[in-house]
Design a protein around this ligand. Structure first.
Ligand SMILES: C[S@@+](CC[C@H](N)C(=O)[O-])C[C@H]1O[C@@H](n2cnc3c(N)ncnc32)[C@H](O)[C@@H]1O
Length: 316
């Protein structure tokens, strides 16, 4: 009885629509120098702020890589003069409202609903599960949390731990996921991790791979006893959201290569959706051991073309 939705092949049909769209390599965390502001930005201004922030962070990471301290300091000053992480977050919050299709976590909740409905059709019985074994709620680690009121936070199924490089709310802890202490046991692990529009914030391809690898350490073991509810088959998992062009218009990444990278980390794709702007994917962690796959540590051109972006993920 397979309740988990089969992965859809999405990239090939939509690829041509994104041929001219670009998502450049981006960005490093910076401390903010500006007070929190909640006023709305126009969508055009918001897009400009986000693009500029990513470009500056890409340049910053390149300067840091070359140990060019003077250039890095100048770029850092420019980032701060442009409003820093704070302004970027404000623009991202505005982007969540309309033109980007809203709160991405709604998609995860929709997938849970679909899984329940399809199992009801098959079994004739409703699935009213509110969590896993013992009626506990599913533990969700939201990395890069902008606010505490997205769809997952509102759902009674989840107990949410929120972190961000720069907290905008008392219920969000200021923490770099890459510095979060590793769990000592399963009580400190999670059933699911949300990485929505965070991986593309990381400036270097190898650091993105490291972030993905690190997610596996925070997820509970798949072999832990589960109840037989259909939605438990969606866990332990990683909800990954990326700008669509990272997958549909990159010279160095496409859906097949992402599947290869994720499989080598122990993940299997269980749900996916591609909108005009975003790629949403749910990856279930099937095993904790990593498979060494050679070739994933080097960039390889999977989509040649002048108008493509350079987004890449490498596993060192
Ligand atoms: C574009 S916002 C996305 C916010 C939200 N998750 C969404 O889907 O709209 C990216 C957020 O990720 C945060 N972020 C980036 N790298 C992070 C890290 N290593 N640890 C914690 N938060 C991080 C940034 O501070 C920023 O607030």
């Amino acid at each position: 009885m397979t309740r988990v939705k089969k992965p859809k092949r999405t990239g090939s049909i939509l690829l041509s629509r994104h041929r001219n769209a670009g998502t450049k390599d981006s960005v490093l965390p910076v401390p903010h120098a500006h007070p929190v502001t909640t006023s709305a930005l126009s969508s055009k201004t918001g897009r400009t702020v986000i693009r500029k922030h990513h470009t500056l962070h890409k340049r910053l990471s390149q300067a840091l890589k070359k140990n060019d301290v003077d250039t890095a300091a100048a770029i850092q000053a420019e980032i701060e003069a442009n409003g820093g992480l704070e302004k970027y977050q404000q623009a991202s919050i505005c982007g969540q409202s309309s033109q980007r299709g809203g709160d991405s976590s709604k998609i995860f909740i929709e997938w849970i609903g679909e899984t329940r409905r399809s199992s009801k059709l098959k079994s004739g019985k409703a699935d009213n599960t509110t969590g896993h074994v013992g009626g506990q709620r599913f533990r969700l680690l939201e990395v890069g949390a902008l606010s505490p009121d997205n769809a997952c936070s509102k759902s009674s199924m989840f107990d949410v731990k929120r972190i961000d490089l720069n907290s905008r709310h008392p219920s969000i802890e200021t923490q770099d996921f890459m510095e979060r202490p590793l769990p000592k046991d399963d009580s400190e692990r999670f059933d699911t991790i949300s990485l929505s529009l965070v991986l593309n914030y990381v400036p270097l391809p190898a650091a993105r791979g490291e972030m993905l690898r690190r997610t596996t350490k925070f997820l509970r073991d798949v072999s832990l006893a589960q109840d037989d509810s259909p939605i438990s088959e969606l866990f332990p998992s990683l909800f990954l959201v990326l700008p669509a062009p990272c997958i549909t218009n990159s010279r160095y990444l496409d859906e097949d290569l992402l599947v290869e990278i994720m499989n080598s980390l122990g993940y299997t794709l269980v749900c996916s959706k591609l909108s005009a702007k975003l790629s949403y994917q749910l990856w279930r962690l099937m095993r904790k051991e990593l498979t060494q796959v050679s070739g994933l540590e080097k960039k390889k051109e999977v989509n040649p073309g002048k108008t493509r972006n350079n987004f890449a993920i490498l596993l060192d």
